[in-house]
Ligand binder design. Structure first.
Ligand SMILES: Cc1cc2nc3c(=O)[nH]c(=O)nc-3n(C[C@H](O)[C@H](O)[C@H](O)COP(=O)(O)OP(=O)(O)OC[C@H]3O[C@@H](n4cnc5c(N)ncnc54)[C@H](O)[C@@H]3O)c2cc1C
Length: 382
């Protein structure tokens, strides 16, 4: 029988980050995914590594450490995934909106995030094509960007170099346990792997894996559409978003929410988001959402009305009941560690999540207090 120190289920950005950090710590890792690398939500992500939209202290701490960890990983394994410090701009056209942004920026500054209020003249230097009616905004130089699919692929290439294995197109079917209920193995469509530790990094499907192991975990899908324009010369230099975006991220409403989030990519295409809907795994097109996104984006960058759309796609953000990720050992199944439910921040916060989980498995101190992320906050102990 195959043996591993850790089996990571899920080859998205979260699973690949966990696998990389664990392999670098000397653990023998096998990653198992029923599809290809980045075939889940990771393949739909825009790749923002954002500190600017984080509001509460645990997610600020996780996001700031993760952002730094992204650049450290690139130094260690090479930057083959378009990582760069792009910077973000949060704007509002109302006094109330700007007051909210200033309050948030003051709170974030107190927790180590660089924030700079800019006037119209400076805004025009940063983004020459922005609507001239927008007169003030907050600039976040610390926001970054990567290409998420390339990131997962290169992380897993390094895992293979470190004697780990990546099993694609291999479904996890169940678990073996000892008489005390602790994990001893993972049954897959290929063969069983003997292991004491399992990382459940299956994003929106994390509840299914918890159930397979005899526990429960509430992770649900939140649909988002992205519009992609045809490639254009560099028109937009930062990630630019309307203040409503932060409110929408935190909102509990099941209704369609959208606010302009616009950014250019290395290849010249421009990505326009971000819609949020809680309607399960419904993959039908929502023209109303797409029209709203396009109108909102054009109101920030009128130049966009001259571009053609190349395509539209959607993905399902994995979210937990309190919108924080679930990172830590299952309350009912010893040896099963969850790392899922990162919602719209899974790309940005993947490396920090992997560091937390690796420390937990190795019994080492974590870089922050991980209590707010523990699965036991939702799980009744059986
Ligand atoms: C439109 C959109 C834009 C986004 N933009 C950003 C952004 O700019 N920045 C950001 O930080 N986040 C963004 N996100 C969120 C981000 O994409 C997710 O948080 C992140 O990709 C989740 O990664 P994951 O590895 O947890 O899950 P996934 O990428 O979904 O990976 C889970 C994997 O588990 C596998 N799996 C499931 N069940 C099994 C099984 N039984 N056996 C084997 N394998 C299994 C799946 O095949 C899948 O590959 C965006 C999301 C959407 C939808």
């Amino acid at each position: 029988m195959k043996t591993a120190d850790v089996v990571v289920i899920g080859a998205g950005v979260v699973g690949s980050s966990c696998a990389l950090i664990m392999a670098e710590a000397g653990l023998k890792v096998i990653v198992v995914d029923r599809g290809p690398i980045a075939g889940g939500t990771t393949g739909a992500g825009e790749g923002n590594i954002m500190v600017s939209d984080k509001e509460i202290v645990p997610e600020i701490e996780l996001a700031v450490r993760s952002r730094d960890a992204w650049f450290e990983i690139a130094d260690r394994i090479g930057n083959n995934f378009e990582l760069h410090a792009k910077g973000g701009i949060a704007l509002s056209r109302t006094d109330v909106g700007m007051a909210g942004l200033r309050k948030l920026a003051a709170h974030q500054s107190a927790h180590g995030i660089e924030t700079i209020e800019v006037d119209g003249a400076r805004l025009r230097e940063l983004e020459p094509h922005m609507n001239p009616e927008i007169e003030t905004a907050i600039h976040y130089p610390g926001d970054g960007q990567c290409q998420p699919m390339l990131s997962a692929a290169y992380f897993l290439r390094t895992v293979r170099h470190l004697k780990g294995e990546v099993w694609q197109r291999t479904e996890v079917l169940g678990f073996s346990k000892d008489k005390d209920g602790a994990i001893t193995g993972v049954r897959t469509a290929r063969e069983e792997i003997s292991t004491r530790y399992v990382v459940n990094a299956t994003g929106t499907w994390a509840g299914d894996i918890a159930r397979l192991a005899g526990s429960e975990l509430s992770i649900m899908p939140r649909r988002g559409f992205i519009l992609v324009t045809t490639p254009a010369p560099k028109l937009i230099h930062h990630k630019v978003y309307d203040a409503d975006y932060v409110a929408n991220v935190a909102s509990d409403s099941p209704e369609l929410q959208s606010s302009a989030v616009v950014e250019g990519t290395e290849s010249g295409t421009i990505l326009i988001g971000a819609s949020r809907e809680r309607i399960g795994f419904d993959s039908r097109m929502n023209m109303a959402a797409l029209e709203r996104l396009a109108k909102q984006a054009i109101s920030v960058f009128p130049v966009l009305s001259k571009l053609e759309l190349l395509r539209v796609y959607h993905g399902f953000r994995p979210y937990s009941p309190d919108h924080l990720p679930v990172i830590g050992e299952d309350a009912n199944v010893k040896g099963l560690f969850h790392c899922a439910g990162h919602e719209g921040a899974g790309i940005g916060t993947a490396p920090g999540s992997g560091e937390l989980l690796t420390a937990m498995i190795l019994g080492k101190p974590t870089f922050m207090d991980a209590t707010p992320f523990l699965p036991s906050r939702f799980q009744g102990v059986a």
